[in-house]
Design a binder for this molecule. Structure first.
Ligand SMILES: Cc1cc2nc3c(=O)[nH]c(=O)nc-3n(C[C@H](O)[C@H](O)[C@H](O)COP(=O)(O)OP(=O)(O)OC[C@H]3O[C@@H](n4cnc5c(N)ncnc54)[C@H](O)[C@@H]3O)c2cc1C
Length: 442
């Protein structure tokens, strides 16, 4: 497993321009808000967005290299979270220029944090079956219903809300996509604690919540197309290894990071050397290297099944990288490869599951010692002499999430089967019958 195999194709001119820009602009003593106010409008926070949406129109694979280069330089990267990953590209695709200037600018500068109000207790895989309702009231809409699994809802300023606005239409046609203000009495966010120890996601209750008509993204009753755009960006972004959900510096008015010193959130020199410095970049293979190092250290590398697993992990990472390059080449030629976002997301689920199984196999019984706090992790590190133990156990606990979020693995396979391979859909009449007339669970 050499670095040559692991090194993605690099857009040298763009990265040279970025390095020059960072040399002129990065100052660790700026506040996080002031640093992002430079990074965002320069197009480096969201370089894959088009130029009219505070980006540079770069390919996704180059966007990932930009993130890595900023980290390798030792500067604080773009705002983390769902605003940059999902809301900004969706609004760039479907919003008016006025909405882009209102919402996307605040995303790339980290001023506002977003959450995704899609899933409901009765509508996850069958997302178009959602029952949260929005009723028009003059220039506003009144929203009632419940969402669930709302990642980072507790620190969100705005939500990407999909709600039913025309129950008399078939279920995919009567949905509207809104940018809703989370700071209002009609919205209550209740955290749910996961087995990782974190409470990343929440239940969100909307009771006579209000949202302006001007906050509709795309057209009234056209929200299904807009939501699919968000899901496409989610699958492609997660599959490419870009767009972290929870980074070190969080955007928005609630997290409290904006007025802190940017340098305090920037990668430390140890993190930088772990990434191999400015000329070598971390890729999916990076985790394989950590696992190989651990296996060599405790002798697990002598086990042929472990070695096979490590090779499989490396191969999956390489296939992902080649597929990203194929997408890039195909887009440059004005074409698309159908289903690639779904394949990338499926592949990412497999990679994380393999990391879980290999990591736990390599550390053996130590894998039972998960530190839920930095203090506990330090004690475990000292007791086991393995500084990567928390990474292994943390990955193992989190590995159950990727096959579910952004559409489950089964749903990705359904989409590939139906839309790419042309296999027949399950027969139903929900495309023609009014949503209000469809049979529902009591
Ligand atoms: C970590 C995490 C973060 C999340 N963050 C958010 C968020 O921020 N915002 C948000 O809106 N949602 C979020 N989600 C929710 C996620 O999108 C849903 O959990 C997912 O779409 C599945 O829906 P469900 O949980 O209702 O499962 P269900 O739809 O009830 O599915 C249950 C099982 O049945 C299978 N199944 C269902 N239908 C079919 C079918 N037609 N064919 C084959 N198999 C099928 C599924 O694959 C699954 O195994 C998050 C989920 C996780 C795990």
């Amino acid at each position: 497993m050499t670095d040559t195999l692991d090194t993605p194709t690099v857009d040298a001119d763009t990265l040279d321009e970025l390095r020059d820009w960072l040399t002129d602009n990065w100052d660790p003593d700026l506040t996080v808000a002031d640093w992002w106010a430079r990074l965002g409008p320069a197009g480096w926070a969201a370089p894959t967005l088009p130029a009219n949406a505070y980006g540079r129109g770069l390919a996704r694979s180059v966007g990932v290299q930009v993130q890595q280069e900023i980290a390798a330089f030792g500067a604080l990267g773009a705002p983390s979270g769902l605003g940059l990953l999902l809301a900004a590209p969706t609004i760039a695709d479907h919003g008016t220029q006025e909405q882009i200037d209102l919402y996307v600018r605040d995303i790339v500068t980290g001023q506002r944090a977003w959450c995704q109000l899609f899933s409901e207790p009765g509508a996850g895989s069958d997302l178009a079956g959602l029952t949260t309702r929005a009723v028009e009231d003059g220039d506003e809409w009144i929203v009632d219903g419940q969402k669930v699994w709302t990642s980072l809802g507790q620190t969100a300023d705005l939500g990407m809300l999909i709600a039913r606005t025309a129950p008399e239409l078939p279920k995919h046609q009567g949905i509207t996509y809104f940018a809703i203000d989370m700071h209002q009495p009609g919205i209550e966010v209740r955290p749910l604690r996961e087995m990782t120890g974190h409470a990343m996601f929440n239940e969100t209750f909307l009771t006579e919540a209000r949202v302006a008509s001007s906050a509709i993204i795309g057209a009234k009753n056209n929200g299904w197309a807009v939501a699919n755009s968000t899901l496409g960006h989610e699958r492609a972004g997660l599959g490419s290894g870009g767009g972290t959900v929870g980074g070190v510096a969080q955007p928005g008015t609630i997290a409290g990071h904006l007025e802190r010193r940017a340098g305090d959130f920037a990668p430390k020199s140890a993190d930088r050397s772990a990434q191999g410095g400015p000329t070598k970049r971390r890729s999916r293979g990076g985790s394989a290297q950590v696992l190989i190092g651990m296996a060599k250290g405790n002798g697990a590398i002598a086990d042929p099944v472990t070695r096979q697993g490590l090779m499989r992990l490396h191969i999956l990472g390489e296939i992902g990288r080649y597929n990203a390059e194929r997408v890039k080449a195909s887009r440059a030629a004005g074409r698309d490869i159908p289903g690639m976002a779904n394949i990338a997301k499926l592949s990412m689920s497999q990679i994380v599951a393999l990391q879980r199984d290999l990591g736990l196999g390599i550390v053996g019984p130590q894998g039972l010692l998960h530190g839920y706090t930095p203090e506990q992790q330090k004690l475990n590190d000292e007791a086991t002499g393995n500084p990567f133990l928390a990474m292994v156990t943390g990955t193992a606990l989190y590995a159950q999430a990727p096959p579910i979020y952004g559409g489950t693995d089964q749903i990705q396979r359904n989409i590939i089967g139906e839309r790419v391979l042309g296999l027949p859909k399950e027969p139903n009449d929900d495309k023609t019958r009014a949503f209000a007339d469809l049979p529902k669970n009591a």
